[in-house]
Design a protein around this ligand. Structure first.
Ligand code: SF4
Length: 201
């Protein structure tokens, strides 16, 4: 952990001044992680979306609504978790008036991991849930497929274990209602498993 950052408030202030990669230049603001200090579960997404960028809070847009519903169905109070992202500034492509999400690249993920590592050291979760390939890439330092890692947990080098699942925004892109429901149930089951592990630790 950085010697100068010993609280989440200090971390937020440092992130707001970050220029470690170019993404701060076009985003509205940094979107720090939020949640209970000492949370047993940390949920890590990819990056803020359009709404998160405007509001300055993680998972407050459409994907956040899916996450909130899934947490509820898994019996997890969001207020007891810590919700964050692998990358803290919104990366997008302007198309007319719309800002279309663009995937962060390996360099941006790597540069922003600095903050995620400090955040993990401060919150000290028992279980870190990587939601999607970008979060898994950040936490493991290598490219992985979600399908190959789902249902298992992995040590993270500190006391925490890593669980991998889909990003809730993936559910918004599924057109077939039955498939979407099946995938949603799988997402809820992954969250439930993570909560069980977090409380068993
Ligand atoms: S995305 Fe992360 S590393 Fe890049 S400028 Fe923002 S906070 Fe810094």
């Amino acid at each position: 952990m950085s010697a100068e950052i010993t609280s989440l408030a200090q971390l937020r202030a440092a992130e707001a001044a970050c220029t470690r990669c170019p993404l701060y230049q076009d985003a509205t603001q940094v979107v720090p992680g939020e949640g209970a200090a000492g949370a047993r579960i940390m949920l890590v997404g990819e990056q803020p979306g359009d709404q998160e960028d405007l509001q300055g809070h993680p998972f407050v847009g459409p994907a956040g609504r899916v996450l909130d519903r899934a947490l509820g169905d898994a019996g997890i109070a969001r207020a007891e978790t810590f919700v964050t992202n692998a990358v803290r500034h919104f990366k997008f492509e302007q198309r007319g008036k719309r800002r279309l999400h663009k995937k962060p690249n390996a360099y941006e993920i790597e540069r922003c991991k600095w903050w995620l590592d400090i955040e993990r050291a401060l919150v000290k979760p028992q279980v870190v849930v990587a939601m999607g390939a970008t979060a898994a890439r950040s936490l493991l330092g290598r490219t992985v497929t979600i399908a190959s890692m789902r249902g298992e947990t992995f040590p993270l080098g500190d006391h925490a274990r890593l669980a991998v699942t889909i990003h809730p925004s993936a559910l918004l892109r599924i057109r077939d209602a039955d498939d979407r429901e099946r995938q949603y149930e799988g997402f809820v089951a992954d969250l439930r498993r993570a909560a069980k592990l977090a409380h068993a630790a």
